[in-house]
Design a protein around this ligand. Sequence first.
Ligand code: FE2
Ligand code: FE2
Length: 359
Amino acid sequence: MARLSDIYAIPPDGSVHPVPQNFDVNFNWDYDDGRAAMMGLYRKGVEMQWNADSRIDWTQELDEDNPEQLPEEMLPISGMAQYEAMSRREKATVRRHFQGWQISQFMQGEQGALICAAKIVTQVPDIDSKFYASTQVIDEARHVESYKRLLEKFRVAYPMTAPLQELIDQVLRDSRWDMTYLGMQVVIEGLALAAFQQIRDHAQNPLAAAVNAYVMQDESRHVAFGRLALRDFYPTLTQAERDEREAFLLEACYLMRDRFDAVEVWRTLGLDPVKCAEHMYDSGFMAQFRSTLFSRIVPIVKDIGLWGKTIRDGYETMGIIGYADTDVQALQDADDGIAKEFDARRTYVESVAARAAAA
Ligand SMILES: [Fe+2]
Ligand SMILES: [Fe+2]
Protein backbone atom coordinates (compact mmCIF):
# COMPACT_ATOMS: atom_id res chain seq x y z
CA MET A 1 0.00 0.00 0.00
CA ALA A 2 1.30 3.47 -0.93
CA ARG A 3 2.39 5.69 1.96
CA LEU A 4 0.44 8.92 2.01
CA SER A 5 3.59 11.02 2.33
CA ASP A 6 4.85 9.48 -0.92
CA ILE A 7 1.77 10.20 -3.03
CA TYR A 8 1.22 13.93 -2.42
CA ALA A 9 0.98 15.65 -5.82
CA ILE A 10 2.01 18.90 -4.10
CA PRO A 11 3.97 18.64 -0.84
CA PRO A 12 2.12 20.07 2.18
CA ASP A 13 3.62 23.22 3.64
CA GLY A 14 5.61 21.61 6.49
CA SER A 15 4.33 18.64 8.47
CA VAL A 16 2.78 20.68 11.32
CA HIS A 17 0.43 23.66 10.96
CA PRO A 18 0.13 25.67 14.20
CA VAL A 19 -2.91 27.86 15.01
CA PRO A 20 -2.26 30.10 18.06
CA GLN A 21 -5.00 29.97 20.73
CA ASN A 22 -6.23 32.49 23.24
CA PHE A 23 -9.27 31.29 25.18
CA ASP A 24 -10.31 29.89 28.55
CA VAL A 25 -10.94 26.20 29.01
CA ASN A 26 -13.89 25.66 31.35
CA PHE A 27 -14.52 23.20 34.13
CA ASN A 28 -18.13 22.74 35.19
CA TRP A 29 -19.08 21.41 38.64
CA ASP A 30 -22.78 21.19 37.90
CA TYR A 31 -23.21 17.53 36.98
CA ASP A 32 -26.96 17.35 37.48
CA ASP A 33 -28.69 19.45 34.90
CA GLY A 34 -27.95 17.78 31.59
CA ARG A 35 -30.64 18.59 28.99
CA ALA A 36 -32.65 15.50 28.10
CA ALA A 37 -32.21 16.00 24.35
CA MET A 38 -28.46 16.55 24.67
CA MET A 39 -28.03 13.52 26.94
CA GLY A 40 -30.09 11.47 24.46
CA LEU A 41 -27.75 12.50 21.66
CA TYR A 42 -24.74 11.64 23.82
CA ARG A 43 -26.18 8.16 24.51
CA LYS A 44 -26.74 7.68 20.78
CA GLY A 45 -23.17 8.83 20.12
CA VAL A 46 -21.84 6.21 22.54
CA GLU A 47 -24.04 3.40 21.27
CA MET A 48 -23.39 4.05 17.59
CA GLN A 49 -19.60 3.81 17.70
CA TRP A 50 -18.10 1.57 15.02
CA ASN A 51 -14.72 0.29 13.99
CA ALA A 52 -13.55 1.32 10.53
CA ASP A 53 -11.30 -1.71 10.43
CA SER A 54 -14.15 -4.22 10.64
CA ARG A 55 -17.28 -2.42 9.39
CA ILE A 56 -15.67 -1.64 6.02
CA ASP A 57 -14.32 -4.32 3.69
CA TRP A 58 -10.92 -2.85 2.80
CA THR A 59 -10.07 -5.68 0.41
CA GLN A 60 -12.32 -3.99 -2.18
CA GLU A 61 -10.45 -2.02 -4.82
CA LEU A 62 -11.12 1.14 -6.83
CA ASP A 63 -11.57 1.18 -10.59
CA GLU A 64 -8.46 1.81 -12.72
CA ASP A 65 -10.07 4.36 -15.11
CA ASN A 66 -12.66 5.89 -12.80
CA PRO A 67 -11.76 5.12 -9.16
CA GLU A 68 -15.17 5.80 -7.63
CA GLN A 69 -17.06 4.79 -10.82
CA LEU A 70 -18.91 8.09 -10.96
CA PRO A 71 -21.01 9.24 -13.91
CA GLU A 72 -18.90 11.30 -16.31
CA GLU A 73 -20.99 14.44 -15.75
CA MET A 74 -19.79 14.48 -12.14
CA LEU A 75 -16.34 15.39 -13.34
CA PRO A 76 -16.60 19.20 -13.31
CA ILE A 77 -14.56 19.67 -16.49
CA SER A 78 -16.36 17.03 -18.54
CA GLY A 79 -17.67 18.64 -21.71
CA MET A 80 -14.77 21.10 -21.80
CA ALA A 81 -13.07 20.96 -25.24
CA GLN A 82 -9.58 20.36 -23.85
CA TYR A 83 -10.80 17.46 -21.72
CA GLU A 84 -12.90 15.88 -24.44
CA ALA A 85 -9.88 15.88 -26.80
CA MET A 86 -7.81 13.78 -24.36
CA SER A 87 -6.95 10.11 -24.80
CA ARG A 88 -8.67 7.49 -22.63
CA ARG A 89 -5.55 7.24 -20.49
CA GLU A 90 -5.29 11.02 -19.96
CA LYS A 91 -8.96 11.20 -19.02
CA ALA A 92 -8.41 8.42 -16.46
CA THR A 93 -5.59 10.49 -14.93
CA VAL A 94 -7.84 13.55 -14.65
CA ARG A 95 -10.56 11.50 -12.93
CA ARG A 96 -8.10 9.93 -10.50
CA HIS A 97 -6.64 13.32 -9.58
CA PHE A 98 -9.95 15.13 -9.18
CA GLN A 99 -11.55 12.35 -7.13
CA GLY A 100 -8.33 11.99 -5.10
CA TRP A 101 -8.32 15.75 -4.50
CA GLN A 102 -11.88 15.54 -3.18
CA ILE A 103 -11.13 12.64 -0.84
CA SER A 104 -7.99 14.51 0.28
CA GLN A 105 -10.15 17.51 1.22
CA PHE A 106 -12.44 15.15 3.15
CA MET A 107 -9.50 13.65 5.03
CA GLN A 108 -7.89 17.02 5.77
CA GLY A 109 -11.26 18.60 6.70
CA GLU A 110 -11.95 15.67 9.04
CA GLN A 111 -8.74 16.48 10.86
CA GLY A 112 -10.07 20.04 11.20
CA ALA A 113 -13.29 18.58 12.65
CA LEU A 114 -11.29 16.41 15.04
CA ILE A 115 -9.43 19.47 16.36
CA CYS A 116 -12.60 21.60 16.55
CA ALA A 117 -14.51 18.87 18.44
CA ALA A 118 -11.63 18.61 20.93
CA LYS A 119 -11.70 22.40 21.33
CA ILE A 120 -15.42 22.27 22.05
CA VAL A 121 -14.85 19.68 24.79
CA THR A 122 -12.41 21.96 26.60
CA GLN A 123 -14.10 25.29 25.98
CA VAL A 124 -17.89 24.82 26.12
CA PRO A 125 -19.30 25.61 29.58
CA ASP A 126 -22.06 22.93 29.73
CA ILE A 127 -21.18 19.47 30.95
CA ASP A 128 -23.75 17.72 28.72
CA SER A 129 -22.18 19.36 25.66
CA LYS A 130 -18.73 18.23 26.82
CA PHE A 131 -20.06 14.66 27.08
CA TYR A 132 -21.54 14.70 23.60
CA ALA A 133 -18.57 16.45 21.98
CA SER A 134 -16.24 13.80 23.40
CA THR A 135 -18.07 11.16 21.32
CA GLN A 136 -17.63 13.37 18.30
CA VAL A 137 -13.86 13.47 18.86
CA ILE A 138 -13.59 9.71 18.35
CA ASP A 139 -16.04 9.89 15.41
CA GLU A 140 -13.82 12.41 13.66
CA ALA A 141 -10.66 10.37 14.31
CA ARG A 142 -12.40 7.41 12.67
CA HIS A 143 -13.34 9.61 9.71
CA VAL A 144 -9.75 10.75 9.23
CA GLU A 145 -8.69 7.10 9.38
CA SER A 146 -11.36 5.96 6.89
CA TYR A 147 -10.59 8.62 4.29
CA LYS A 148 -6.87 8.09 4.72
CA ARG A 149 -7.27 4.39 3.97
CA LEU A 150 -9.47 5.14 0.98
CA LEU A 151 -7.03 7.76 -0.28
CA GLU A 152 -4.09 5.35 -0.21
CA LYS A 153 -5.87 3.43 -2.96
CA PHE A 154 -5.93 6.49 -5.25
CA ARG A 155 -2.12 6.74 -5.37
CA VAL A 156 -2.47 10.53 -5.27
CA ALA A 157 -3.17 12.99 -2.44
CA TYR A 158 -3.43 16.75 -2.04
CA PRO A 159 -2.88 19.12 0.91
CA MET A 160 -5.82 21.03 2.39
CA THR A 161 -6.99 23.63 -0.13
CA ALA A 162 -6.26 27.21 1.03
CA PRO A 163 -9.90 28.43 1.30
CA LEU A 164 -10.81 25.49 3.59
CA GLN A 165 -7.71 26.04 5.72
CA GLU A 166 -8.56 29.75 6.05
CA LEU A 167 -12.09 28.98 7.16
CA ILE A 168 -11.00 26.39 9.74
CA ASP A 169 -8.18 28.63 11.02
CA GLN A 170 -10.62 31.51 11.44
CA VAL A 171 -12.99 29.31 13.45
CA LEU A 172 -10.15 27.99 15.61
CA ARG A 173 -8.62 31.41 16.29
CA ASP A 174 -11.92 32.85 17.49
CA SER A 175 -12.03 32.84 21.29
CA ARG A 176 -15.86 32.58 21.51
CA TRP A 177 -16.99 28.98 21.95
CA ASP A 178 -20.09 29.34 19.80
CA MET A 179 -18.03 30.38 16.77
CA THR A 180 -16.35 26.96 16.72
CA TYR A 181 -19.81 25.39 16.62
CA LEU A 182 -21.10 27.76 14.01
CA GLY A 183 -18.09 27.35 11.74
CA MET A 184 -17.59 23.63 12.21
CA GLN A 185 -20.93 22.08 13.21
CA VAL A 186 -23.09 24.16 10.91
CA VAL A 187 -20.98 25.42 8.00
CA ILE A 188 -18.22 22.84 7.49
CA GLU A 189 -20.32 19.83 8.53
CA GLY A 190 -22.99 21.05 6.10
CA LEU A 191 -20.40 21.37 3.35
CA ALA A 192 -19.09 17.90 4.18
CA LEU A 193 -22.55 16.32 4.13
CA ALA A 194 -23.24 17.78 0.69
CA ALA A 195 -19.93 16.57 -0.73
CA PHE A 196 -20.16 13.10 0.85
CA GLN A 197 -23.73 12.73 -0.35
CA GLN A 198 -22.75 13.21 -3.98
CA ILE A 199 -20.37 10.26 -3.75
CA ARG A 200 -22.57 8.08 -1.56
CA ASP A 201 -25.49 8.47 -3.97
CA HIS A 202 -23.66 8.32 -7.31
CA ALA A 203 -20.54 6.15 -6.91
CA GLN A 204 -20.94 2.68 -8.37
CA ASN A 205 -17.79 1.66 -6.54
CA PRO A 206 -18.96 -0.15 -3.39
CA LEU A 207 -15.98 0.83 -1.23
CA ALA A 208 -16.19 4.56 -2.01
CA ALA A 209 -19.97 4.58 -1.52
CA ALA A 210 -19.82 2.66 1.79
CA VAL A 211 -17.12 4.88 3.35
CA ASN A 212 -19.22 7.97 2.62
CA ALA A 213 -22.47 6.39 3.83
CA TYR A 214 -20.96 5.41 7.18
CA VAL A 215 -19.28 8.75 7.75
CA MET A 216 -22.55 10.54 6.91
CA GLN A 217 -24.41 8.53 9.51
CA ASP A 218 -22.14 10.12 12.14
CA GLU A 219 -22.11 13.59 10.58
CA SER A 220 -25.85 13.97 10.75
CA ARG A 221 -25.54 13.50 14.53
CA HIS A 222 -22.88 16.22 14.60
CA VAL A 223 -25.15 18.68 12.85
CA ALA A 224 -27.94 17.80 15.31
CA PHE A 225 -25.53 18.62 18.14
CA GLY A 226 -24.77 22.04 16.70
CA ARG A 227 -28.50 22.73 16.36
CA LEU A 228 -29.27 21.73 19.93
CA ALA A 229 -26.45 23.73 21.49
CA LEU A 230 -26.93 26.88 19.43
CA ARG A 231 -30.72 26.97 19.48
CA ASP A 232 -30.50 27.49 23.24
CA PHE A 233 -27.69 30.01 23.07
CA TYR A 234 -28.49 32.49 20.29
CA PRO A 235 -31.72 33.84 21.75
CA THR A 236 -29.63 35.01 24.75
CA LEU A 237 -27.43 37.28 22.58
CA THR A 238 -28.13 40.85 21.51
CA GLN A 239 -29.21 41.58 17.94
CA ALA A 240 -25.80 43.18 17.26
CA GLU A 241 -24.07 39.98 18.37
CA ARG A 242 -26.35 37.90 16.19
CA ASP A 243 -25.76 40.25 13.24
CA GLU A 244 -22.04 39.60 13.47
CA ARG A 245 -22.64 35.85 13.28
CA GLU A 246 -25.03 36.26 10.37
CA ALA A 247 -22.38 38.23 8.48
CA PHE A 248 -19.89 35.42 9.11
CA LEU A 249 -22.38 32.85 7.82
CA LEU A 250 -23.04 34.79 4.66
CA GLU A 251 -19.36 35.19 3.92
CA ALA A 252 -18.81 31.46 4.52
CA CYS A 253 -21.67 30.59 2.13
CA TYR A 254 -20.12 32.69 -0.64
CA LEU A 255 -16.75 31.11 0.01
CA MET A 256 -18.14 27.59 -0.25
CA ARG A 257 -20.07 28.42 -3.37
CA ASP A 258 -17.28 30.15 -5.24
CA ARG A 259 -13.85 29.16 -4.02
CA PHE A 260 -13.60 25.38 -3.81
CA ASP A 261 -12.55 25.18 -7.44
CA ALA A 262 -9.80 22.50 -7.31
CA VAL A 263 -7.19 24.81 -8.89
CA GLU A 264 -4.44 22.60 -7.43
CA VAL A 265 -5.61 19.71 -9.61
CA TRP A 266 -5.83 21.70 -12.82
CA ARG A 267 -2.39 23.23 -12.23
CA THR A 268 -0.81 19.87 -11.41
CA LEU A 269 -2.20 18.42 -14.65
CA GLY A 270 -1.01 21.36 -16.75
CA LEU A 271 -4.54 22.61 -17.50
CA ASP A 272 -5.56 26.27 -17.45
CA PRO A 273 -6.91 26.75 -13.89
CA VAL A 274 -8.99 29.80 -14.83
CA LYS A 275 -10.74 28.08 -17.75
CA CYS A 276 -11.31 24.93 -15.69
CA ALA A 277 -12.72 26.92 -12.76
CA GLU A 278 -15.05 28.78 -15.15
CA HIS A 279 -16.27 25.55 -16.68
CA MET A 280 -16.69 24.02 -13.23
CA TYR A 281 -18.70 26.98 -11.96
CA ASP A 282 -21.36 26.49 -14.62
CA SER A 283 -21.30 22.68 -14.63
CA GLY A 284 -24.19 20.39 -13.69
CA PHE A 285 -21.91 18.99 -11.00
CA MET A 286 -21.71 22.36 -9.25
CA ALA A 287 -25.40 23.12 -9.68
CA GLN A 288 -26.23 19.86 -7.95
CA PHE A 289 -23.57 20.39 -5.30
CA ARG A 290 -24.82 23.90 -4.43
CA SER A 291 -28.37 22.67 -4.15
CA THR A 292 -27.37 19.84 -1.78
CA LEU A 293 -25.08 22.17 0.15
CA PHE A 294 -27.69 24.83 0.82
CA SER A 295 -30.41 22.29 1.64
CA ARG A 296 -28.08 21.10 4.41
CA ILE A 297 -27.14 24.54 5.77
CA VAL A 298 -29.94 27.07 5.29
CA PRO A 299 -32.64 25.27 7.35
CA ILE A 300 -30.17 24.85 10.24
CA VAL A 301 -29.33 28.56 10.19
CA LYS A 302 -33.02 29.37 10.45
CA ASP A 303 -33.56 26.79 13.16
CA ILE A 304 -30.80 28.11 15.45
CA GLY A 305 -32.31 31.59 15.34
CA LEU A 306 -29.80 33.43 13.17
CA TRP A 307 -32.61 34.61 10.96
CA GLY A 308 -32.38 38.40 11.11
CA LYS A 309 -32.50 40.84 8.22
CA THR A 310 -28.79 40.44 7.37
CA ILE A 311 -29.06 36.75 6.62
CA ARG A 312 -32.51 36.85 5.02
CA ASP A 313 -31.51 39.63 2.64
CA GLY A 314 -28.21 37.88 1.89
CA TYR A 315 -29.84 34.52 1.17
CA GLU A 316 -32.49 36.25 -0.92
CA THR A 317 -29.72 37.79 -3.07
CA MET A 318 -27.97 34.43 -3.38
CA GLY A 319 -31.28 32.86 -4.41
CA ILE A 320 -31.13 30.25 -1.67
CA ILE A 321 -33.73 31.40 0.84
CA GLY A 322 -36.17 28.72 -0.41
CA TYR A 323 -34.00 26.04 1.18
CA ALA A 324 -35.06 27.29 4.63
CA ASP A 325 -38.08 24.98 4.54
CA THR A 326 -36.10 21.77 3.91
CA ASP A 327 -37.10 18.98 6.29
CA VAL A 328 -33.78 18.45 8.10
CA GLN A 329 -35.08 15.61 10.23
CA ALA A 330 -36.09 13.68 7.11
CA LEU A 331 -32.58 14.17 5.67
CA GLN A 332 -31.00 12.90 8.89
CA ASP A 333 -33.28 9.88 9.05
CA ALA A 334 -32.40 9.06 5.44
CA ASP A 335 -28.66 9.32 6.20
CA ASP A 336 -29.09 6.83 9.01
CA GLY A 337 -31.27 4.46 6.98
CA ILE A 338 -28.91 4.42 3.98
CA ALA A 339 -25.93 3.49 6.18
CA LYS A 340 -27.94 0.58 7.59
CA GLU A 341 -28.75 -0.56 4.05
CA PHE A 342 -25.00 -0.73 3.33
CA ASP A 343 -24.54 -2.91 6.43
CA ALA A 344 -27.40 -5.17 5.32
CA ARG A 345 -25.93 -5.52 1.82
CA ARG A 346 -22.56 -6.57 3.18
CA THR A 347 -24.15 -9.11 5.53
CA TYR A 348 -26.12 -10.52 2.61
CA VAL A 349 -23.08 -10.73 0.29
CA GLU A 350 -21.07 -12.46 3.02
CA SER A 351 -23.83 -14.95 3.75
CA VAL A 352 -24.13 -15.83 0.05
CA ALA A 353 -20.34 -16.26 -0.15
CA ALA A 354 -20.35 -18.44 2.98
CA ARG A 355 -23.15 -20.63 1.59
CA ALA A 356 -21.31 -21.01 -1.71
CA ALA A 357 -18.11 -21.96 0.12
CA ALA A 358 -19.96 -24.56 2.19
CA ALA A 359 -21.72 -26.10 -0.81
FE1 FE2 B 1 -16.42 13.85 10.33
FE1 FE2 C 1 -18.37 15.70 11.93
